[in-house]
Design a protein around this ligand. Structure first.
Ligand code: KIV
Ligand code: ZN
Length: 510
């Protein structure tokens, strides 16, 4: 009988710490629903004390997720823990994850605390957290560079204080697999009360070893892995959820445990996260890259045609490739549409939203004869964004001809007031963005412009991400349409809307 390997997803917390990957509350909730649908055991939804926005996002995830444990991160500080406890109040099942650094360099240079003070603070933190929930996780930050004797001491003390999960982070991605595996083995052997807690690992990918380190830890007794969709995370990222889950599932002859992840949702989760953050997935990325199951060489193709397992160790459909089956067409009714949204775990807040999204679905079905799950997800994102918009695209005319300077004329609504402008540019997208800037003079800097096709085919919707920066604020805007210039205009306006609401939110605090 295989043991259970707990999957703790931190896309919404560590993943969001990736520069430029910040997400709105609504985006976090959509990703959380997808994680819940996949069967993720624990969703780390954010760091409630970091900002009011993060607090609200964790609260919304806690209030809407039912099947997964929702976790909030907190430093080993009473105020942080209190904030996490409040944000998680509505959760069906809540966890507080508290941490303090334990490596000599962090204790001395960052915390300026003695090792004894660090132990005292860690024990207090676990006790504060237990006032809100019995499900408390403790992390000795930078464990990969900490002294094992000290780790044994602090971990024994926090287990006595009531921590149920001990998470061992390789915060800077420094350790080697063999070394990290031994660390987990030795901690479990040496800590007298180690059987009272579950050992977890949280590996960063600075040397490209996050997945290898995590899996070696699993072979040495870790029974929770912290990971993110597409390996998103601080710097080079965290261990990729899809790689951990598929390694363990594919090599059941090797691993003594398995996860309860429904792997057929992996590809949609990857696309969702990539679409929301604007971080594209490299084509040769394991499991979720576009080429992960593509065979180019004639010998390989021949082999696969004769017997799939000659060159394939997993089936593409098992991770959700090709699972975005044709669902609805232009003759589908409102009920079929609503049912499919419900199957995808999408609940629109009001009948008005459902009606608007359905109308947009019909418009899309006129332009594109096959509508896939990803198209529906994009339609819903657009609808959610529209409701929060101050600026909205009304119409766009673009003229492009070989040898002519591209030109765009745009009409937008600013809180209901129509305005129009025109501009030339080096291309149709440039002309469109310049026309918008003629009207709104945002002074924001364009940091990223990316286009992804949501599904395949030349009639596919293009999903555009625009990243804008104004002073120290960075936002991602998204837009989708079968016309990528229209999608670009929507994405640019959506980024300006976010910038505008962020600026408004920030103002009272100043
Ligand atoms: O990398 C790290 O150490 C962390 C901790 C907060 C667990 O993200
Ligand atoms: Zn981390």
């Amino acid at each position: 009988m295989q043991e259970h390997l707990i999957i703790f997803d931190t896309t919404l917390r560590d993943g969001e710490q990736s520069p430029g990957a910040s997400m709105t509350k609504e985006e976090k909730v959509r990703i959380a629903w997808q994680l819940e649908r996949m069967g993720v055991d624990v969703i780390e939804a954010g760091f409630p004390a970091a900002s009011n926005g993060d607090f609200e996002a964790v609260k919304s995830v806690a209030d809407s997720v039912k099947d997964s444990i929702v976790c909030g991160l907190a430093r080993a500080i009473e105020a942080d823990i209190q904030r996490a406890g409040e944000a998680l109040k509505g959760a069906q099942s809540a966890r507080i994850h508290t941490f303090i650094a334990t490596s000599p360099i962090h204790m001395k240079k960052k915390l300026r605390m003695s090792p004894d003070q660090v132990i005292t603070q860690a024990v207090k933190a676990v006790k504060w957290a237990r006032q809100y929930t019995d499900n408390v996780e403790f992390s000795p930050e930078d464990a990969g560079r900490s002294e094992i004797d000290f780790l044994c001491q602090i971990l024994e003390a926090v287990i006595d204080a009531g921590a149920k999960t001990l998470n061992i982070p390789d915060t800077v991605g420094y350790t080697m697999p063999d070394q990290f595996g031994k660390l987990i083995h030795n901690l479990r052997e040496r800590i007298p009360n180690s059987d009272k807690a579950i050992f977890s690992v949280h590996c960063h990918n600075d040397l490209g070893l996050a997945v290898a380190n995590s899996l070696t830890a699993v072979m040495n007794g870790a029974r929770q892995v912290e990971c993110t969709i597409n390996g998103l995370g601080e710097r080079a990222g965290n261990a990729a959820l899809e790689e951990i889950v598929m390694a363990v599932r594919t090599r059941q002859d090797y691993f003594p445990c398995d996860t309860k992840i429904d792997t057929t949702h992996i590809v949609s989760a990857s696309k969702l996260v990539s679409g929301i953050t604007g971080f594209p997935v490299q084509p040769n990325k394991a499991i979720v890259g576009a080429n992960a199951f593509a065979h180019e060489s004639g010998i390989h193709q021949d082999g696969v045609l004769k017997h799939r397992e000659t060159y394939e160790i997993m089936r593409a459909e098992d991770v959700g490739w090709g699972a975005n089956k044709l669902l609805l067409g232009k003759h589908s009714g409102r009920n079929a549409f609503r049912n499919r949204l419900m199957e995808l775990g999408i609940e629109l807040e009001s009948e008005e939203m459902l009606n608007n999204t359905f109308m947009r679905f019909k418009e899309l079905a006129d332009k594109k004869h096959e509508i896939f799950d990803e198209d529906l997800q994009a339609l819903v994102s657009d609808e959610v964004l529209v409701l929060q918009e101050r600026y909205r695209l009304i119409s766009l005319t673009v003229h492009c001809e070989t040898g002519e300077v591209p030109y765009a004329r745009i009409v937008i609504s600013d809180d209901g007031k129509e305005m129009h402008a025109e501009s030339q540019g080096s291309g149709p997208v440039d002309a469109t963005f310049r026309a918008i800037e003629t009207l709104l003079a945002s002074e924001a800097k364009l940091q990223l412009f990316s286009v992804n096709n949501i599904t395949s085919g030349t009639d596919a919707q293009g999903e555009v991400t625009v990243r804008l920066q104004k002073s120290d604020r960075i936002v991602n805007g998204h837009g989708s349409d079968t016309d990528i210039v229209v999608a670009s205009a929507k994405a640019y306006l959506s980024a300006l809307n976010k910038l505008h609401s962020k600026l408004e939110r920030a103002h009272p605090q100043v």
